[in-house]
Ligand binder design. Sequence first.
Ligand SMILES: [Zn+2]
Length: 114
Amino acid sequence: MSWELVVKQKFSAAHFLENYKGKCEKMHGHTFQVDVYLRVNKLDKVGISIDFKNIMEYLKSVLPDHQVLNEIFDFSPSAENLARHFFHLIKRKYPVSKVIVWESENAAASYSEE
Ligand SMILES: [Zn+2]
């Protein structure tokens, strides 16, 4: 018996891709959406596993809103690398199973360790 919880949160940030030829080598911005999947296998007596409010607050606190991602990270801030980075941050506190980073409405990268 298990459940999968999903929370999503948006943040706005600027980045550029190093060692890349094309439009994305220049600084530009996105409103990123981050979807976090958590796997749980028991509920408390209220009938919930992890309070959505707590996950949302934590997620909000770790997302780099209004930052230049290349300045704050020591990795190339592609959607793929961001998904892996957020996965490891969230894993410190919650049973995360997957993180998806949407760079636009139509393009996303997903990271999991399964
Ligand atoms: Zn971009």
